[in-house]
Design a protein around this ligand. Structure first.
Ligand code: MN
Length: 237
C-alpha cells in the first residue's frame, strides 16, 4: 500500500518547540511513508537558504534522514516561507514545487497548492503577493547581509503577532469562483491545500477540496492518502 502524507502551516520558529517536537514525532511515527508533501508555511519566516540558524539546521538534518530512508519529499512555498529555495530543497533531499502542481494520488488527479492564491477576495494581499514574488525584488532582498534580514524578520514577526495574523478569523477564506476555476483549469476532481487554517473536507460541484489545519502547541493536522482514499486526521497531544 502506498502512503502519502500532506502537512502545512506548522509555522516553525524559535518560539515553537512543541510544534517542532510534534513534527519529529510524526516523522518517527510515519517512518517508511512513501511520500511527504509539505504545502507551505512550514516555517514562520524564511530569510534565505544561507540562514544557518539552529532551528534550520535541526529541521534540515531530520528531513534529510527521512529522504535518505527512501521517502520522497516535496515542498511548496507558503506566503510566510516564500523565500525557500533550491539549496534548502537539495539539503533535505526534496523537490521544490511551483505554486500549483497536479499529482497522481493513487490513481486520482489532485491539484496541490498552498492555498493563498485561492483567496482572491483579499485584494490587498494579492497586490502585495505580486511584489513579493517579483524575482528582482527577491534577489535584492536575498543579497542583503544575513544580520539585516534577521532583524527585518524579527520586525515582521512582532508586527504579525500584534495583528494576530495567524488567527483564522484574520485570514480571508478561499473564493468559491477561484476554487471552481482551479478544478476546471487543472482538470482535477480533488484539491488539497492549507493556508486558511480552516481544516475541513468540502464537496462541491467541481470536486472535493481537502483543507489542512495549522499546527499549535497541542494539535496537528495531516492528510493521509492510501489505496483506500484520503482522510483528514487531527492529533491532539
Ligand atoms: Mn499561509
Amino acid at each position: 500500500m502506498t502512503t502519502t502524507l500532506f502537512i502545512s502551516d506548522l509555522h516553525l520558529s524559535d518560539n515553537t518547540p512543541e510544534i517542532e517536537a510534534g513534527l519529529y514525532a510524526l516523522l518517527e511515527r510515519e517512518h517508511g511513508m512513501d511520500c511527504l508533501y509539505i504545502l507551505g508555511d512550514f516555517f514562520e519566516y524564511w530569510i534565505g537558504d544561507d540562514d544557518d540558524a539552529p532551528l534550520n539546521r535541526r529541521v534540515i538534518a531530520r528531513l534529510k534522514a527521512v529522504s535518505d530512508s527512501g521517502t520522497a519529499i516535496f515542498i511548496v512555498r507558503g506566503n510566510r516561507d516564500l523565500a525557500l529555495g533550491g539549496v534548502f530543497a537539495d539539503q533535505i533531499g526534496a523537490q521544490l514545487l511551483g505554486d500549483t502542481t497536479v499529482i497522481d494520488l493513487n490513481g486520482t488527479a489532485a491539484l496541490i497548492l498552498h492555498g493563498d492564491t485561492l483567496c482572491t477576495d483579499d485584494v490587498e494581499y494579492q497586490k502585495m503577493r505580486v511584489v513579493l514574488h517579483d524575482p528582482s525584488w527577491q534577489a535584492e532582498m536575498l543579497q542583503r547581509p544575513l544580520s539585516e534580514r534577521r532583524e527585518f524578520a524579527q520586525g515582521l514577526r512582532a508586527a504579525s503577532k500584534a495583528k494576530a495574523e495567524n488567527d483564522p478569523n484574520n485570514i480571508i477564506d478561499v473564493n468559491d469562483d477561484a476554487v471552481a476555476t482551479g478544478f476546471s483549469e487543472h482538470k482535477v476532481g480533488l484539491m488539497i491545500h492549507g493556508h486558511t487554517h480552516r481544516p475541513n473536507r468540502h464537496i462541491t460541484e467541481g470536486g472535493e477540496r481537502l483543507v489542512l489545519g495549522d499546527w499549535s502547541a497541542n494539535e496537528s493536522w495531516i492528510i493521509r492518502s492510501t489505496d483506500r482514499g484520503c482522510q483528514l486526521e487531527h492529533y491532539q497531544y
